[in-house]
Structures are given as structure tokens and as C-alpha cells.
Design a protein around this ligand. Structure first.
Ligand code: 7TS
Length: 409
């Protein structure tokens, strides 16, 4: 298990006050995680002592920057057990990683009659790119529904997957329900009809051990900023032969082998997909985040979140009129989205903020999910390595205060 009090000292922001005299209780890690000192220090060290562009200069600083940038890639490779560093493409975030596959692979491969499959619980980042591609190519976009407990309706899969399906793109963990989906089963179902499988792992890689070879997925996308790393950098994992066969997503410097005025050839993987000066400090920060999480142990991270979310689901259930979306704690990652009869989620979030408690309110970029549930918005508490049961207790106390303010008692 994690020593949470010790972990908390790694995160400088956790000792600030949200308002004068009111300590911060950060329950919005699903939106973005806080950053431990080691990540901030690694980025500072880059800017202070070896800031330079990568893959260009022969001078020492540039060599050090390139080493830092490429070492981070190998750390990410090991972290998700990818076959090779060439399978790890730096992008800006999960969204860009998914768009890369959409524009480079799907746009060039799909035609009318083909089908793309997603699920009804996706984040907009794994819906909208496929709608755009569907409009461009004439391919049909279909979705797997979810049941009232926020789990995928697996019984519907056989009728949705066929030899027309070319790609099944689904989230490993829902950012609203918290549902942990059966990734390997879904990948196998896609492969059984000859489709590729793309896993949106934005809410998985930060929170549990992930092994892309065990999942056997063809593509996987995630963001550094949700896993203790900086904003501005994300990862697309892709199987080597697929990435090899795909045309570049963006053109420019760094992604070429030779450029002529009429025609150019492309650099080897993964550089073919990394046009222009990349996010160098951010890659180095991501490398430090991977080291940090590896040091904690992803099994321990997951176990702590399971413990906290169990505790939270039970504690929140005591609040009259409160409904938690999603499955039971055993199938749930560290996310609890809820509604409270008589109080709008935005008002809940605002009142909780007065107590220093940061939660998110709204549709959490999952409008279809909310529409299907018949609600416009939810309030969402999300947990991470530093969350304590005392913080969950304060959330519950804050929600009782919301009920008093709205005279719901
Ligand atoms: N996929 C999932 C499952 C997500 O939760 C998010 C971000 C994304 C994709 C997009 O990640 P990005 O880094 O490219 O923006 N989710 C959230 C959230 O739940 N609240 O704020 C961002």
C-alpha cells in the first residue's frame, strides 16, 4: 500500500490554501493531475542547464536535450510494456493521438460501406474525430450502448461487430462512470472480425498497470498531464507495422529524410509523426513522472484508488438524494460522478469550492453519456495517489452543507 502522508509531501500544491485559512482538497485529478516536485524540478533543470533543440545541433546542449527527450520515450515504452521505442509517438495529448490515427490511418483506409465502432460512454476526444472521418470517407459510425449501471452492454457486441467494422475505438476507463472496461475482451472481439482496436487509455495509464502487449491493442492514446506529468505532451502507442504503413499526419521539419521541391521522403519511426520542434521540456517532465509512478508501483497506485473509491462510494451513499452514476466499486476506477436532488452540479461545485474542495461539474466532455442518462450535468470527484479518507469525509460534510444551503433537509 502507499504511504499516503509521505506521498502528499511530494506534491507542493497540496499544502497551499484554496482560500485564506481553507486548505485545498483536490478532487479533480481526472481533469488533470497535480505534479510532484520531481517533475517540476526535471523541467526546471532542463530550462536552467541544457535547454536546446533536439535532433539538430551537434553541440553538447543539443545532445543532452536529445538524450533527455529520447530517454523519456524509452521510459514510457517500459511503463506500458511496448515492444519498441519506435512504437511510442509523442503527441500533444490524448486528443491529438486519436486524431493522428483518424487522419493518418482511417481517412486513407475507409470507404463507404465500412464501419467504425465506438461506445456511448466515450469522451468527445474519441467521438468527434470519428464523426469527422465518417463525413470525409462515407464510413458509418456505430456505437456500443451501456447498461443502467454504466457498464458496456457486451451482449450487443456481436450485432455491432462484423466484417464491415474496420476499427473499434473505446475507452479503457470511463471518465464519468469510472467503469473499468474489459479491454482484452473488446480487443479480441475487434480482431475476431478483422478490425483494429484503439484504446483511449487517458484514464487508465495514470491509475493502473497497463501492458499494451497483454491487451494486444493496435493503438493506445494517453496524456502526460493526467499522470503527474506536464500539459502539452501525450502519447500514441501503435504497433510497429501499422505505424510503418501509415502516411504522416503533419508535414514539416524533423519528420523527413529528404526534401525536394516536388517530393519528400519520411524519417523512420517514430519521427515520421513528430513534425516540428517538439515539447522537449514536457517529454523530460513526462519521463520524471513515469519514474515517479514506477517508484510508487502501479499496483499500489491502483490498490489505493480502489480503497478510496470504495470508501467514497459508501460515504456518499449516506447523503440523502445523492445518486452516484456508474458501477459498483469493484468495477470502478477512482471516479465518482453524482447528482444531488434539488441542487445543480455547478452550484454544488461552487459551494464545495468555498470549503476548498475542487470538484468538476458539467458534462465532462461526455455529452452523449449524459444525454442517454437523461441529465445535463453531474458533479464529479476524482481521486489519486494523494487522496485521503479525511478528504472524502470533508467532501461528504460539504455535500451536507449544500443540502442545508438549499434547504433540502
Ligand atoms: N479520453 C478520456 C477518457 C478522457 O478522460 C480525456 C480527458 C480525454 C480523452 C482527453 O484528454 P486530453 O488530454 O486530450 O484533453 N478528460 C477530462 C476530464 O474528464 N475532465 O477534463 C478532461
Amino acid at each position: 500500500m502507499l504511504n499516503v502522508q509521505e506521498v502528499r509531501t511530494d506534491f507542493p500544491i497540496l499544502s497551499i490554501e484554496a482560500h485564506p485559512g481553507v486548505p485545498l482538497i483536490y478532487l479533480d485529478s481526472a481533469a488533470t493531475s497535480q505534479k510532484p516536485s520531481v517533475v517540476v524540478d526535471a523541467m526546471n533543470a532542463f530550462y536552467r542547464s541544457y535547454n536546446s533543440n533536439v535532433h539538430r545541433g551537434i553541440h553538447r546542449l543539443s545532445e543532452d536535450a536529445t538524450t533527455g527527450y529520447e530517454t523519456a520515450r524509452r521510459k514510457v515504452q517500459a511503463f506500458i510494456n511496448a515492444e519498441s521505442a519506435e512504437s511510442i509517438v509523442y503527441t500533444r495529448n490524448t486528443t491529438e493521438a486519436i486524431n493522428l490515427v483518424a487522419y493518418s490511418w482511417a481517412r486513407t483506409q475507409l470507404q463507404p460501406g465500412d464501419e467504425l465502432l465506438i461506445t456511448a460512454m466515450e469522451h468527445h476526444a474519441n467521438i468527434v474525430p470519428w464523426q469527422l472521418i465518417s463525413d470525409m470517407t462515407g464510413a458509418t459510425l456505430r456505437h456500443v450502448p451501456f447498461r443502467s449501471d454504466g457498464t458496456l452492454d457486451m451482449a450487443k457486441l456481436p450485432e455491432l461487430l462484423s466484417d464491415k467494422t474496420k476499427l473499434f475505438a473505446f475507452t479503457a476507463v470511463s471518465n464519468v462512470f469510472g467503469t473499468i472496461n474489459p479491454v482484452r475482451e473488446l480487443v479480441d472481439a475487434a480482431h475476431a472480425v478483422g478490425a483494429l482496436a484503439l484504446v483511449d487509455a487517458a484514464q487508465a495509464v495514470p491509475h493502473m498497470p497497463v501492458d499494451v502487449q497483454a491487451w494486444d491493442c493496435d493503438f493506445m492514446a494517453f496524456s502526460a498531464h493526467k499522470m503527474c506529468g506536464p500539459t502539452g505532451i501525450g502519447i500514441l502507442y501503435g504497433k510497429g507495422e501499422l505505424l510503418e504503413s501509415m502516411p504522416p499526419f503533419m508535414g514539416g521539419g524533423d519528420m523527413i529524410r529528404r526534401v525536394g521541391l516536388d517530393k519528400s521522403t519520411w524519417a523512420d519511426l517514430p519521427h515520421k509523426f513528430e513534425a516540428g520542434t517538439p515539447a522537449i521540456a514536457e517529454a523530460i517532465g513526462l519521463g520524471a513522472a513515469v519514474d515517479y509512478l514506477t517508484g510508487l508501483g502501479m499496483e499500489n497506485v491502483h490498490a489505493h484508488e480502489q480503497f478510496i473509491v470504495n470508501y467514497a462510494v459508501e460515504a456518499l451513499s449516506d447523503v440523502p438524494g445523492l445518486t452516484i452514476l456508474g458501477p459498483g466499486a469493484s468495477q470502478r476506477a477512482g471516479v465518482a460522478a453524482f447528482t444531488l436532488n434539488g441542487a445543480h452540479p455547478h452550484d454544488i461545485a461552487q459551494l464545495l469550492d468555498e470549503d476548498g474542495i475542487a470538484v468538476r461539474a458539467g458534462h465532462h466532455c461526455a455529452m452523449p453519456l449524459h444525454q442517454i442518462c437523461g441529465i445535463n450535468a453531474t458533479a464529479r470527484a476524482s481521486f489519486y495517489v494523494h487522496t485521503t479518507t479525511e478528504e472524502v469525509d470533508k467532501l461528504v460534510a460539504g455535500l451536507h452543507r449544500v443540502r442545508r444551503v438549499f434547504r433540502l433537509e
